[in-house]
Design a protein around this ligand. Structure first.
Ligand code: HDD
Length: 706
């Protein structure tokens, strides 16, 4: 009798050959360039579609080791997600210093101008679980691993230069309050709920951070368009042992840009992977995102001049007082080969420091130095997580006597697994190196052992105010709306009032706007303050996004709504102008197969109109034929395309034939100088130039109610 694998009919799908089994199931068979499927033991597999059965209709047999192993492996695919920063996206790249910085640090990666050090960066949201949407209002993690020749160095930072709390002992409470409420398991990936604001209102030290998270910083347009910060004060040590304090900054070459809140809500529905896709698309297209690394450098005397403590992670040193020295650039030029192996398994740690860089006594940093190592054991399941390629040093050799444990990939070779030992040569293994080895800064420490917070940490409102007054009017408006939105989701009126009582210590006008937006019954008394607010701190323009926006429209996307009969010249002109600027054009068509243009050519669609709403683009163009406009004017999704673009203050180009759509959408009579009629292809360059401002903010006063 023929066995089950013989005489199967062969079929071709495209270039690929398949065989059809007795039950109609499809088999793909090795041969030529197609490798043989094997088990984990390397044993070749004959049939991956049918379990081993006693008779054609079963039962299945326990001896089917291939089946058992396959299901066993599948059942154990998931590892615990990160307790915070669960949702993330990683990419590879390199860092390159502009000059040697040997006068301030002996860290090897900063010694030679132009020398590249590989990096891996993972961006993340904080509160949401692994499957949460990208545009949640949230702080973004910005963690960078440098694979230096003296070992791995991590800057485990965020896109905001301060933090909620001053002492690490509060971290579990902060995160519990922010994540979903424990009795009901929701809301997910948002701070707009009672527990979060209850905790905030009882945590005056969080008030500066509250200002930052209620600003547009927490709804970035792209991970490529945001700053990053190391937050804490660290130390550099040079070869002579001299210490200099340093704060780390990442400045996006692409400029900063955020979305508006109503847009964020809609992006989350239209494309919950918006940020990941954007980063993936940019790198795949060769438009590599870049950041400059910046240092704020200072000494003890400079630190002593401030009323606040430079060890307090809720404070910044304004750039206008201490400029950021840009020392090099980081370029992300490669997506991961495998998301799980790299992005999911990467393990950052604030205590991964290389010689030439040291901690300070910031009590938040000190606690973090415990937490990160601890969490990796839980998440990755073995103390040998440093053997995973993304975590292993790439440019430094690992030589020590640590051994064994789950999943050990490499143990010390030879007889000696301890030191000191008296075995000579290679057999004796590695030895200490007082010259090259990591040395801590020999800081004097003394004092009583007490649970206490220094008085120098007590000013909770001055920098909150400084952040608020440094924003443009448009940005201040967004903050008032964000606070009103969040607190409107809080069900307990006393919590809403308690938050407003803090706002009164920050800015009276802001407090009034929020109180009015909430229809608060009565204005509360200002919250008791450990220290009065300094009302006269100078504005810091560096804190505003709009004052530090992009200089060009490079790396941005124009969504072009088209119909059959679209003017081929206009479309061609727009594509050319966008390309010249380094921007992308995406075609949004009534059907994904595309449209026939006025010259008879076929224009392929990138999105179908209901799958490509205008919130996905930085600017839009509506290029329709008269017939197309008439048809689309009846389509709710096409009307949303233009009303949303208009409400979100985007620049809009349109063909005159498209007007019926704007009329039907009810915005024709409001169209302003942010909307440009494209009469000829030659005018497209002017439109793209206009888009460099990214949004037409003067419109906002009219549309703010959305
Ligand atoms: Fe943290 C992850 C950033 C305070 C404990 N943190 C984590 C990540 C970032 C930050 C970017 C994700 C890393 C990745 O992509 O894998 N964390 C910060 C910043 C903080 C901060 C900028 C304040 C300045 N964190 C902080 C404190 C503690 C932790 C005070 C605990 C005492 N953080 C953790 C953690 C995580 C983490 C539990 C979860 C997953 C991980 O470490 O690897 O250990």
């Amino acid at each position: 009798m023929a066995n089950d694998f013989e005489n199967r009919p062969t079929e071709r799908f495209g270039d690929v050959e398949f065989q059809r089994g007795q039950g109609g199931e499809v088999h793909q068979v090795a041969g030529g360039d197609v490798p043989t499927l094997t088990t984990q033991q390397g044993i070749p597999v004959a049939d991956d579609q049918n379990t081993l059965k006693a008779g054609p209709r079963g039962p299945s047999l326990l001896e089917d080791q291939h089946f058992r192993e396959k299901i066993f492996k599948f059942d154990h695919e998931r590892i615990p997600e990160r307790v915070v920063h669960a949702r993330g996206f990683g990419a590879h790249g390199y860092f390159e210093p502009y000059e040697s910085l040997s006068d301030i640090t002996s860290a090897d990666l900063f010694q030679r101008a132009g020398e590249q050090t590989p990096v891996f960066v993972r961006f993340s949201t904080v509160a949401g679980n692994k499957g949460s949407p990208d545009l949640a209002r949230d702080v973004r993690g910005f963690a960078v691993k440098f694979y230096t020749k003296e070992g791995n160095w991590d800057i485990v930072g965020n896109n905001i230069p301060i933090f909620f709390i001053q002492d690490a002992i509060k971290f579990p409470d902060l995160i519990h309050a922010a994540k979903q409420e424990p009795d009901r398991g929701f809301p997910q990936a948002q701070t707009a709920h009672d527990n979060f604001w209850d905790y905030m209102s009882l945590t005056p030290e969080a008030m500066a951070m509250v200002m930052w998270i209620m600003s547009d910083r927490t709804i970035p347009r792209s991970l490529r368009f945001m700053e990053g910060f190391g937050i804490h004060t660290f130390r550099f040590i040079n070869a002579a042992g001299k210490s200099t304090f340093v704060k780390f900054h990442w400045k996006p070459k692409q400029g900063m840009q955020s979305v508006v809140w109503n847009e964020a809500l809609k992006i989350n529905g239209a494309d919950p992977d918006f940020h990941r896709r954007d980063m993936w698309d940019a790198i795949q297209a060769g438009d590599y995102p870049e950041w400059e690394l910046g240092f704020q450098l200072f000494d003890e005397d400079f630190a002593d001049k401030f009323d606040f403590d430079i060890l307090d992670a809720t404070k910044i040193i304004p750039e206008e007082i201490l400029p950021v020295k840009r020392v090099g650039k980081m370029v992300l030029n490669r997506c991961v080969d495998n998301f799980f192996a790299e992005t999911e398994q990467v393990a950052f740690h604030t205590a991964n420091l290389v010689p030439g860089i040291d901690h300070t006594n910031d009590p938040l940093l000190q606690g973090r130095n415990f937490s990160y190592l601890d969490t990796q054991l839980k998440r990755l399941g073995s103390p040998n997580f440093t053997h995973i390629p993304v975590n292993a040093p790439r440019n430094a050799k690992v030589c020590n006597f640590q051994q064994d444990g789950h999943m050990a990939m490499h143990n010390p070779k030879g007889r000696a697994n301890y030191e000191p030992n008296s075995w000579g040569g290679e057999m004796g293994g590695p030895r200490e190196n007082p010259e090259r080895g990591f040395k801590s800064h020999p800081e004097e420490v003394s004092g009583q052992k007490r649970r206490i917070r220094a008085e120098s940490f007590a000013d909770h409102y001055s920098q909150a105010r400084q952040f608020y007054v440094s924003q443009t009017e448009v940005e201040q408006g967004h903050m008032a709306l964000a606070l009103t939105f969040e607190l409107s989701k809080v069900e307990t009126p006393a919590i809403r009032a308690r938050v407003v009582s803090h706002l009164l210590n920050i800015d009276e006008d802001l407090a009034k706007k929020v109180a009015t937006g909430l229809r608060l019954e009565a204005m509360p008394e200002p919250a008791p303050a450990a220290m009065p607010t300094k009302m006269d701190l100078a504005k810091s323009p560096a804190l505003s996004i709009l004052l530090n926006g992009p200089e060009s429209f490079k790396g941005r996307k124009i969504g072009v709504l088209v119909s059959d009969g679209v003017d081929a010249d206009l479309l061609g002109g727009l594509k050319k102008a966008a390309e010249a600027e380094g921007a992308m054009v995406k075609i949004v068509a009534p059907m994904i197969g595309g449209v026939t243009a006025s010259d008879g050519s076929m224009v392929k669609g990138d999105e179908k109109v209901d799958g490509g709403p205008s919130v996905l683009f930085d600017a839009v163009a509506v290029l329709l034929s008269a017939e197309g406009a008439k048809t689309l004017a009846k389509e709710p999704t096409a009307k949303d395309f233009v009303t949303d673009a208009f409400a979100h203050c985007k620049f809009i180009a349109y063909s005159s034939e498209a007007m019926p759509l704007f009329e039907k959408a009810g915005i024709a009579s409001d169209m302003d100088e942010g909307c440009m009629k494209l009469g000829a292809a030659s005018e497209a360059a002017r439109f793209v130039e206009m888009c460099r401002k990214v949004r037409h903010w003067p419109r906002e006063a009219m549309v703010k109610a959305v």
